[in-house]
Ligand binder design. Sequence first.
Ligand code: ASP
Length: 463
Amino acid sequence: MMELKEDYKGYRGQTLECLLKYEAMVWCDVEVKTNDGTFIGLILPRSEQADEYHIVLKLRTGYNIGIASEKVQDIKINGRKIAVYKIPEKEFPFDPKKPNVKLLGTGGTIASRLDYRTGAVIPAFSPGELYGSVPELADICNLDTQKLYGVFSENMGPEQWIGTATAIVKEIRAGAHGIVIGHGTDTMHHTAAILSFMVQNSPVPIVMVGSQRSSDRPSSDAALNLIHSVRTAAESDFAETMVCMFGPTSDEYGLLHRGTRVRKMHPSYRSTFRTIGDIPIAMVDRKKFTPLRNDYKRRRDDRDVELMPFFEERVGMVYYYPNMHPDMMDSMIDNGYKGIVIAGTGLGHINKPLYPALKRAKDKGIAVYMTVQTLWGYVQMYVYDTGRDMMELGVVPCANMLPEVCYMKLCWALGQSSDLNEVKRIMLTPIAGEITEREPSNGYLIYQGGIPEVEEFISKYRK
Ligand code: ASP
């Protein structure tokens, strides 16, 4: 019985009947004839939650497709090769001359599917498994790994942020030459922001990494992102909290983004992470680092890192849209929220009907901060008198802090103090580049591609 389950993993109902009819099983190399044509590939196992109407085939191109079992006219079996789920564990070699890097895992695609060669799914990542799947890592450093969590990143929250910050500081104090954090990409920029505030004065690089494409696809970015990030942690001079992911859509180089200026900008491109309103810290490839600016914090030998694990949970964010009704804001006020971040339109606007809610928030001592949903550029509340009116009502403009970064910083600031003047001082004092004096003229379009001056700028850095 057990054997049957493995051979038909995830299939039930009409798809299971269809497979049984043609004597096909999971991992069979097949030609499936359907009403829509013939498809050649490998039958993949399905997850327990998958529907019961589709057979999933990995095509020769590496892409997976679902074929409705009711459309199947015939299945011809050409062979069967059972994929190995577990990557062979090889002992990660230790070389006393190499730097020691700690990889802390929180989950996401990068942690769950790392075997980019076989396409098999692995659940975790011990050093041995990592070495088995990305052997280049051993040329770079001595790698030690620890799984902190195993969640998709939408499930990260204060407990995990504080836990990760605490683990980072512990490893730095214990002598790690660099830290890598494996994380789901969806909320990597939220975590990068809060870690930038919770872990301060790090003497070594703290590099967040993920993968945008699951590693069972030939186009996966998992291995290269790992190599780039581990190299950055081991060898680079950038002692900041950064995100390391594909720069261009090709695998030419990775970019190191400052943790407070980075944002996921595309749900599926591998080059999804962009530095907003500024330029990235550096480019990284297999051989070198190319700094794109020189104001980064340098690596040091001391261990004087500071842990500031503060977090107030009763903070909300409002993405303003025209015709928003005041009850949206009232509900936060009535439910005891202590802080509200607004992502306003243009220079930082919301409509007049919301002003009474702002007044109520002010009277209740709730901290209200304004950011711009244009993402690039600065809040400007002196340009129109509506901006001045809002400031009268206690709204604090947040310069060019990104909305998510502002949200994280307000949680962190209110976690330290309930004195609104002190909170304001913390909020408006830049700690890790979250507010910058000016946006560089090439910051807006940088690396968006396809525009001659941007291409020319990039070509200066390409060798
Ligand atoms: N949904 C996943 C996550 O953010 C995507 C990824 O790992 O990149 O956890």
